[in-house]
Design a protein around this ligand. Structure first.
Ligand SMILES: NC(=O)c1ccc[n+]([C@@H]2O[C@H](COP(=O)([O-])OP(=O)(O)OC[C@H]3O[C@@H](n4cnc5c(N)ncnc54)[C@H](OP(=O)(O)O)[C@@H]3O)[C@@H](O)[C@H]2O)c1
Length: 242
C-alpha cells in the first residue's frame, strides 16, 4: 500500500493533491483545520489540527502517524503544503503578532510535521519522501511579502537539512516551487491594497492574462513527476520543469 500525508486539505492545491492521490489508490492522511467535502472514502483519514498552534501539532499527529506506520505501507510521502500568504505589509508596518502568525504556519509547522514524519516513518518504511511546497518568493523578495518569502526561504533549508542528514537510499526530500495556481491564495494577493502590497498589479496581471494554472492540472503533474517518479535528493523543482 502506498500512502501520503498532505497538509492543508480544505481547498486549493492540497485538496487537489489529496483527491488525486485517493483516486490513484493511495491511503491519504489529510491534516488541517478542516477538510474539503470532496475528500472521503475508506482510504482517507482527516486529522483536525490548527498548524498555527505549533506546540499542539505533535500530540495531534502521534496517533494517526502510529496507525499509518502499523499498516506497514510500502511508501509514505509527506507533502508540506499548508500555508498562508498573509499578513502582507511592508516592513515598518508589520506587527509582532503578524510575524509570529506567518512564521508559525509557513515555517515552524512544516518543520514540526517533518520532524514527526522522520521519527515515525523514515527508518521504518521502504520508501519515504518529504515534499516541501515553497514558492519563487523564497528567492525573489516581493515588496510587502517579506514574511512569506522569509518563511519559504527557511522551508527550502529544511529540504537541504533533511538531505544532508538522511542519506538512506529509500528517503528523499525535495522542494517544489509550484508556479502560479488558481487558488484562494492568488485571490487574496490580487485583492490587497497597493500600500500593503506595492506589486499588487503583478498578481492582478497573472489573473487578467490567464496565466493561473488550475489546481487539478498542477496536482496531476506534481503527483506524476514528484510523488511517483524518482527525484533527486535535496533538489528544488520548479513547476515549469515538471
Ligand atoms: N497559489 C499559488 O499561486 C502559489 C504559488 C506559489 C506557492 N504556493 C504554495 O502552494 C501551497 C498551496 O497553496 P494554495 O494556493 O493551495 O493556497 P490556499 O488555497 O490558500 O490553501 C491553503 C491551505 O492551507 C491551509 N491552512 C492555512 N492556514 C492553516 C492553519 N493554521 N492550519 C491548518 N491549515 C492551514 C488552508 O486551510 P484553511 O481552510 O484552514 O485556511 C488551505 O487548506 C502553499 O504552500 C503555497 O505557499 C501557491
Amino acid at each position: 500500500m502506498h500512502s501520503a500525508i498532505v497538509t492543508g486539505v480544505s481547498r486549493g492545491l492540497g485538496e487537489a493533491l489529496a483527491r488525486l492521490l485517493l483516486g490513484r489508490g493511495f491511503r491519504v492522511v489529510g491534516i488541517g483545520r478542516s477538510s474539503s467535502p470532496q475528500l472521503a472514502g475508506s482510504g482517507y483519514r482527516f486529522v483536525a489540527c490548527d498548524l498555527a498552534d505549533v506546540a499542539a501539532i505533535d500530540a495531534a499527529l502521534d496517533g494517526p502517524f502510529a496507525d499509518l506506520a502499523a499498516a506497514k505501507p510500502e511508501s509514505v510521502c509527506l507533502i508540506n503544503n499548508a500555508a498562508v500568504a498573509g499578513p502582507v505589509g511592508v516592513l515598518a508596518h508589520l506587527g509582532a503578532a503578524d510575524v509570529e502568525a506567518s512564521l508559525a504556519v509557513n515555517l515552524a509547522a512544516p518543520i514540526v510535521v517533518a520532524n514527526r514524519f522522520c521519527s515515525a516513518f523514515a527508518d521504518h518504511v521502504p520508501r519515504s519522501r518529504v515534499i516541501n511546497v515553497s514558492s519563487g518568493a523564497a528567492q525573489s523578495a516581493i515588496p510587502g511579502g517579506a514574511l512569506y518569502s522569509i518563511a519559504k526561504a527557511g522551508l527550502e533549508m529544511l529540504t537541504r537539512a533533511l538531505a544532508a542528514e538522511r542519506t538512506a537510499p529509500g528517503f528523499r526530500a525535495i522542494t517544489l516551487r509550484p508556479g502560479i495556481i488558481d487558488t484562494q491564495m492568488q485571490t487574496f494577493m490580487r485583492s490587497q491594497s497597493s500600500e500593503r502590497l506595492p506589486n499588487v498589479a503583478m498578481f492582478q496581471d497573472f489573473h487578467a492574462s490567464g496565466r493561473l494554472v488550475p489546481a487539478d492540472v498542477a496536482a496531476a503533474r506534481i503527483v506524476d513527476r514528484l510523488v511517483l517518479a524518482d527525484v533527486e535528493h535535496g533538489r528544488t523543482y520548479s513547476y515549469a520543469e515538471l
